[in-house]
Write a protein that binds this ligand. Structure first.
Ligand SMILES: Nc1ncnc2c1ncn2[C@@H]1O[C@H](COP(=O)(O)OP(=O)(O)OP(=O)(O)O)[C@@H](O)[C@H]1O
Length: 535
């Protein structure tokens, strides 16, 4: 949808209207039967005491909280643009899009400032080229050649604003835009919001308790009254009274009544069944959700490269090679070292033992060891990456840009595991067979490497060894099956544990721990089940 100039049509003059909206946290209301209109093309500042529910309301407006959310629930109507029933209301040509500038910025740390803005541009509504990423950075005064992690708080804030505006939303929500900034920087951010709002004509809604800094840029002010549980419009002549009306919510006002042991047990059982149900649904949906249907192919490839580096990077090669060295040495050295009645049995069994070692390493030991190590190391890495993105708001930022997080994250993670798991296992097996050869020739100097080679591969020989042992030997299909089943499952568990709601850094750490637990258990079960059919 574009205007006459080829730029996307912006529904800039449409009001945002809440009709009979109720918002609850658990059983306790934050908003009750609230009907209010926020003017289109203007800045509305929503103020309220600490804990009144401003951030929850903003997330409801951004579409980030479903009506029947886990803790927060809401009902009523939110009309984004166009007031139903009013004669002057224009017909709505498309669903208006809401952009949000998150309190904690929600920037992609692994991308450059330019790439962060480009992500917004590439996922905007409509295809017309308007402003480039470089000119957005220039306009908002963000250095392009610095890592995102090294930007100051104010620069990150401006970059977050640039990314949100670059996606050309119809309505821009700002969550506590001056929090964490000193008074001078706060004023600069307020001026910036005013300036960009005048230039880009978006309906802007700013949620804050820093009324002193943000009231000067307000066209309208709403107070989130925590006693009446309503949004109350404050006329300009009463703006001076706002500090008196912004009482913090009394401690315990939103706390549940003291819970009993039975309640606690019920909650735990509820949480268990709900988690099990979600896991089952996720497992059923996995083939569909993990299909690489990228909204933009170039971004799909970028996320794939990121996860391939994370899962199959150089440190993983070294890790798996070391594991191969250890398993290659122990199997070869100790088999002969502790052979009973060695003097008599070794001459009889030496060739059989070598071919058994080769078979066991290739079909069982290296696959089990490698996939367990991959599950722990790479599963944890993915859970940490996605967990930080969930906690830091990047997953929500994707949603507000109209991108399903599974499209880039889950699909790319699963693909990365499908590529990296066989490659890492090949590294482990290669290390194991070389070390087995060295160990054998060192411990049996009179026999030599030719004997080892003749017998180590005997049970694996598929008749064509010209293209390498891993993929063209007997039973490689079983090895590949175990690799893929373990890789896909590990990636999916890491993603879903990371993407579950996170309210603290501790939740991220819990997700990593539980990922290691579940992925390693899962891998053991896969090997057990496959072994029943394989042997
Ligand atoms: N997921 C959740 N689970 C339980 N309680 C929640 C959740 N999210 C918000 N709350 C509760 O809802 C209330 C409103 O929270 P919210 O973060 O919206 O307040 P706020 O007005 O933004 O406060 P502040 O200005 O201090 O950030 C608080 O009592 C908070 O503890």
């Amino acid at each position: 949808m574009t205007d006459g100039n080829g730029s996307p049509e912006i529904l800039d003059d449409r009001p945002l209207r809440l009709v009979d909206v109720n918002v609850r946290v658990g059983a306790l209301p934050l908003l009750a039967d609230t009907t209010v209109t926020m003017p289109g093309g203007k800045i509305t500042v929503i103020v309220g005491g600490s804990g009144a529910g401003k951030s929850v309301l903003l997330r409801v407006l951004a579409g980030l909280i479903p009506r029947r959310g886990e803790t927060v629930t809401w009902d009523g109507d939110i009309e984004l643009g166009g007031v139903a029933g009013e004669p002057e209301s224009k017909p709505q040509s498309r669903t208006p899009r809401v952009g949000i500038v998150f309190q904690q910025f929600a920037l992609f740390d692994e991308l450059s400032p330019t790439a962060n803005v480009q992500f917004g541009i590439d996922h905007r509504q409509g295809n017309a080229t308007t402003q480039s990423a470089a000119s957005w950075l220039d306009e908002l005064g963000v250095p392009a050649n610095r890592r995102v992690a090294n930007l100051s708080g104010g620069q990150k804030q401006r970059l977050a604003i640039a990314r949100t505006l670059a996606a050309e939303p119809d309505i821009v929500l700002y969550d506590e835009p001056t929090s964490g900034l000193d008074a001078a920087s706060g004023r600069k951010v307020a001026e910036l919001i005013r300036r960009t709002q005048s230039k880009h004509r978006r309906t802007s809604i700013v949620v804050t308790h820093d009324y002193e800094t943000l009231l000067p840029i307000a066209d309208a002010v709403l107070l989130l009254d925590s006693h009446e549980k309503r949004l109350v419009a404050i006329d300009r002549e009463h703006w001076n009274d706002i500090p008196d009306r912004m009482k913090p919510v009394a401690t315990g006002a939103t706390e549940s009544p003291e819970s009993t042991k039975t309640d606690w047990a019920m909650e735990q059982a509820d949480a268990f069944f709900s988690a099990t149900g979600s896991a089952l649904i996720a497992a059923i949906r996995l083939p569909w959700d993990a299909l690489p249907r990228f909204p933009r192919v170039v971004w799909g490839l970028r996320f794939f490269a990121h996860y391939l580096r994370l899962v199959g990077g150089a440190s993983a090669w070294v890790y798996l090679a070391l594991a191969g060295v250890i398993v290659g040495f122990t199997t070869t050295y100790f088999t002969f070292r502790f052979l009973p009645f060695r003097l008599y049995t070794q001459p009889l069994l030496i060739d059989e033992l070598l071919s058994s070692i080769g078979f066991a390493l290739y079909r069982v030991l290296v696959p089990v060891l490698a996939t367990i190590l991959i599950a722990a190391r790479c599963g944890a890495a993915v859970a940490a990456d996605v967990g930080v993105k969930q906690y830091g708001g990047q997953v929500d930022a994707m949603r507000t840009l109209g991108v399903r997080p599974t499209a880039y994250l889950l699909a790319c993670i699963v693909l990365a595991f499908m590529v990296a798991t066989p490659a890492l296992e090949w590294i482990a097996f290669t290390a194991a067979r070389w070390v087995s050869l060295i160990t054998f020739t060192q411990s049996h100097p009179s026999i030599g490497p030719y004997f080892w080679e003749q017998h180590f591969y005997r049970n694996l020989d598929a008749g064509d060894s010209s293209l390498g042992w891993f993929a063209f030997s007997k039973g490689w299909g079983w090895v590949a099956l175990k690799n893929l089943a373990c890789g896909v499952g590990t990636g999916a568990i890491g993603y879903y544990r990371g993407a579950s709601p996170k309210f603290s850094a501790g939740d991220v750490s819990d997700a990593i721990t539980s990922t290691v637990l579940w992925t390693t258990l899962y891998v053991l079960v896969v090997h057990f089940i496959v072994a029943l059919f394989e042997f």
